[in-house]
Design a protein. Structure first.
Length: 277
């Protein structure tokens, strides 16, 4: 996951792309994209903002933007050719469409493990149900992703690990593939369950909800069978049909939801890793 920042001096400003490991929230790479000279320093803040907006909008679930192609080419006409060429080249070669799980409307998403230490890991189907029935079932969202793991010292060996996040991914209510998060070793889910019925709205243009018990039972059954499971909170968006002159929706509303992903892979076993440490 990348985002742009500027490092100014009196005579020039360097624009960098920062790569962040979204699993731990730690920057792991800093790349110089271009250098802007004295004559254009006042344009840099807006440029950096537009570059980050470009990445952010590329990750959004609305696939029918009328001007989607324009998002790949921010207006660089006010800058020298060397600057604009460097930025375009970087966008085209290093900034492909990010995963949904890396950005929200509020910015980049990454792990923040501090507050999850205060939360209790769900044990059994009833506690998992209560966990998922809580904050994410309404307007208030708890950005905590769950995945199962094995560690020999844990009672029963298998448990649910909590991963605190800075935000929840934004998903369109009619997105046919809502489970597009980055996965270990490039795994793709064999089953994806959602707490809303994909593509369906009621007569008030509200989401048609699925039975949460079905998702909990699916996750628990796969967990008991030794399959790798991830449970993601998401913000499900319903965009207004009315569009402005640029093709953007004039409004919409979001609601907290869940996506359960089941993989045809064994639960990650961290027992040997703990022994090595």
């Amino acid at each position: 996951m990348r985002y742009f920042l500027a490092h100014p001096t009196l005579s020039r400003t360097q624009i960098f792309a920062v790569s962040i490991d979204s699993t731990v929230g730690i920057p792991d790479e800093l790349e110089l994209v271009t250098t802007v000279g004295t004559d254009h320093l006042d344009l840099v803040p807006d440029l950096v903002s537009r570059l980050n907006q470009f990445i952010q909008e590329q990750a959004q679930p609305d696939d029918d933007f009328a001007v989607r192609a324009e998002l790949t080419h921010p207006d660089l006409g006010m800058f020298p050719k060397a600057v604009s060429d460097s930025i375009r080249r970087y966008l085209e070669t290093r900034c492909t469409t990010p995963f949904y799980g890396e950005w929200s409307w509020r910015g980049p998403i990454h792990s923040v493990p501090d507050y999850v230490d205060q939360l209790q890991r769900p044990r059994g189907i009833d506690e998992l149900y209560e966990f998922m029935r809580g904050p994410n079932s309404g307007e208030v969202e708890l950005p905590v992703r769950l995945e199962n793991a094995i560690e020999s010292t844990w009672r029963g060996g298998k448990y649910w690990e909590l991963d605190g996040r800075t935000a929840t991914p934004d998903i369109a209510y009619d997105e046919p593939r809502p489970g597009r998060w980055p996965h270990v070793d490039g795994l793709n889910p064999e089953i994806v369950w959602t707490s809303w019925k994909i593509g369906e709205l009621d007569d008030k243009s509200e989401l048609v909800e699925s039975n949460l018990r079905d998702g909990v039972q699916l996750a628990t059954k796969a967990h008991d069978a030794g399959k790798y499971v991830r449970i993601h909170p998401v913000t499900v968006w319903v965009q207004d049909a009315e569009r402005d002159e640029h093709g953007y929706s004039t409004g919409g509303h979001g609601q907290g939801g869940w996506a359960v992903e089941v993989f045809n892979a064994p639960i990650p076993d961290y027992t040997d890793l703990d022994k090595e440490e």
